[in-house]
Write a protein that binds this ligand. Sequence first.
Ligand code: PSU
Ligand code: MN
Length: 307
Amino acid sequence: MTSFHIRYGTEVADALRDGRPVVALESTIVSHGLPRPDNLLVARQIEQAVRDAGAIPATIGMVGGELVVGLDDAQLTRLATVDGVSKLSVRDLAVAAATGADGATTVAATSAVAAAAGIGVFATGGLGGVHREAAQTFDESADLVTLARTPIAVVCAGVKSILDVGATLERLETLGVGVVGYRTRRFPGFYLSDAGFDLDWSVDSPEQVADVLSARAAQGVHHGGLIVANPLPVDEQLDPELHDRTLAEGLALLARDSVTGKAVTPFLLAHFHSATQGASLAVNVRIILRNADLAARIAVAAARRTA
Ligand code: PSU
Ligand code: MN
């Protein structure tokens, strides 16, 4: 496995040494996915949600070229508030380290670093995936190929509805990334509880996710991620009509402004947050807090087995 030069937050280092439950958290959500000033407040709430469920939060990011697992509050504040924080996927980590950059890690980069740090559970909002028009643009998030080779369980609310969800599920199958619904056989669509696709498997409890992770280890499978898809309850989702309208506008703006590459996801998320007057933001926050809670309970169940 890749080894990174990592600086650990003290609490995270202690927890890992003692085999206590730790949950990895990404920083791209904070720097690029949520608007200021809510982003910093939400980042702290996510960490609190992990603590409330009995685990230690390890938010991952790069500060002045140093890869940190378990950002402290000053570091988190810096990534949430200063301008010019880079969005770092796996391929960017070395350049960012060598140039002393500040950077926020995506699902791909966070997974890779977390796994190298020995953290087995990660909570995020929605994964990256295959973009619409990918047949022409080839725009597919590095989150997918990274999860194909990284041993980590990622709790998410599916993939963002801004993507081609069906194509993303097909790619996950090809890449050998496991997908289980949490108490559902339908794949969630981030802002929406149901993205319109069936899943082969569902699990009913954090303990059952821990069973899957133990079974994989027992089968000698030490690479490849497991996606735990945790949908929002229907009464908490974004109004589907508002969602569809906002998405259509956002996609039109994307084409008008010729936005491409890694700017696409932040652009569409920002459009949702402004066009829905904060409704999508509230839903986004709810998603992340629920995922943080579930990830922590999975980490607790997994730690119990090795104790
Ligand atoms: N989920 C969210 N907000 C985000 C993202 C996911 O709720 O900001 C970020 C994640 O970091 C994910 C990234 O890895 O978007 C995907 O970006 P891209 O499509 O450029 O790979
Ligand atoms: Mn992309």
